[in-house]
Ligand binder design. Sequence first.
Ligand SMILES: Nc1ncnc2c1ncn2[C@@H]1O[C@H](COP(=O)(O)OP(=O)(O)OP(=O)(O)O)[C@@H](O)[C@H]1O
Ligand SMILES: [Mg+2]
Length: 429
Amino acid sequence: MLPNPYAPGELPRVLAGREQQQDRIRGYLSRIGTYGEMGGPLLVFLGPRGVGKTSLLREAQRDAEEHGFITAWVACRRNAPFLPDLVSRVGKAVESADILPRAEKGTWKLRLENIGLEFGLPSVVKVSAMAAADRSEAEAPPRGAQISAMEDLLHETSSQIRARGGAGLVVFVDELHAATRDDLAVLLNAMQNLAGRREDNPLAIIGAGLPSTPGVLVNAATFGERSTFLTLPRLEPAAAAAAVAEPAAELGVTWTPASLQTVAAEAQGFPYLLQVLAHATWEVAKPSGTGDVLDVDQVRSGLPLADDQLSSMYAARWAAATELEKQIMSVMAQAGTPTVTRAEIAAALGRPTQALGVPRERLIDKGIIEPASRGEVRFTMPGFDRYIRETLATGAPSPADPAPGSLGAGRRPRELPPASEGGPDAPRR
Ligand SMILES: Nc1ncnc2c1ncn2[C@@H]1O[C@H](COP(=O)(O)OP(=O)(O)OP(=O)(O)O)[C@@H](O)[C@H]1O
Ligand SMILES: [Mg+2]
C-alpha cells in the first residue's frame, strides 16, 4: 500500500501556484545576498486561515537556507510576548550554524545573554508578568532599552553571519496578527533604526498573518503601515490541479482530468480544502501501486470522509463563537449572497451597526470572516455558510444525510472538539 501523500493541516509535499510570491521573496532577499544590505521594511503575507501562509513561509525558509542565509522562525500567540522566543531562536540559529571561531564563542554567548536579559530571558515567566503589566498602561511608550537590545541582536548576528561568509539573517514571524502590541512596537522601532544604516544590516524580517494584521502593526507603531503587505490569493485552477496531481504522480498514481476538475471545483482554490479532498479520495481509493488511476467515482466516494473532517472543523469554529458572533454568522449564512453589508446584519438583528463592531472584528481576527469591498464581509472558507444553515435548520449538526456529491451536505452529530486555538483551523504552531 502507498502512503497518503496529502497533508491537511500540515506542510504540503508540493507547494503549488506560489511562484509569484516566491519570486517576490527571492527578490527581497537578493538585495541582502548581493549587496549585504537590509532587505527593506517588514514584508508581510496576509490571508485567511488555511490559504497557505505558513506553507509559503516554510518553503521560503528552506529556500533562504539553500541560498546561504541563516534563518530563525517564531510564531506569535495571543497574550504572550514573542520577543523572548525571537531572541533565543536567533541565538540558536547562529549557534547551530557554527560560524564563530572557537575563541569568540564565549564573548558571543555573554553578549547574547545580556540581550536576552532585556527580554526576561532565561526566565520567560518573568517577562510574561512584565508584559502583562505594560499592557495595562495603554499608551506606554516602547521601551528604549528593549529597542536598542533588539537592534544589537539583529545587527550583530546579521553582520557576524555575513562576515563569516553567510548571506545574512532572515527572521520569519508567523501569526503576526496575534503579536502583542508592545513587542511589535519594539520590533518595528528596531527595524526602523536599523534601516538608517541598511548597508550594515544584512537581514530581513518576513511575516504572515490574518487580514487584520495591518491594523495590528499600525496600532503598535504608526510607521508599521510602511510595511509591505501582500495578500495571498486562493490557488488558480491550474495550480489547484497541480497541488492534487503532483504528490500522486511522485508515487506513480494518476488523477483523471475529470477527477481533478471535480476536486478543484469543490475546493474553489482553497489549499486546505484541496488537501482534505485529495486526502479523503486517497483514503477511500487506497491506490496500491504505480499505474493506479483515481477517477471521479473515487472522488465522490471520498466526499463523506472529507465532509466529516470539515464538519469537525466547522463545529469547532461554531462552538468557539459567542452568542452575538453566532447571530452575526447566522445572518450572513442565511443571506444567500456571497457578501453581506454591515447594515444588512445590523438590520436583521435589530441593532445599531456600531453595536456589532466588536464581535465582527473578533470574527475577522479569528479568520472566520473577512472584509470584502466597502462595508461588506464574507466567510473565508467555502462550505461554512452551508454548515451553519444546516445547524440552524436542525438545531444541531444533522444526521448522516445521504446527499452525496457536495461538501457540507451531510454530516452526523458528533462530540464538538474543544474550542481551542490549536483546533483544526490552526494547523501548526
Ligand atoms: N500552495 C499550496 N499547494 C498545496 N497545498 C497547500 C498550499 N498552501 C497550503 N497548502 C495546504 O493547505 C493547508 C493550509 O496551509 P497553511 O497551514 O500553510 O495555511 P495558513 O494560511 O498558514 O493557515 P492558518 O492561518 O490557519 O495558520 C495545509 O494542509 C497545506 O498543506
Ligand atoms: Mg499558518
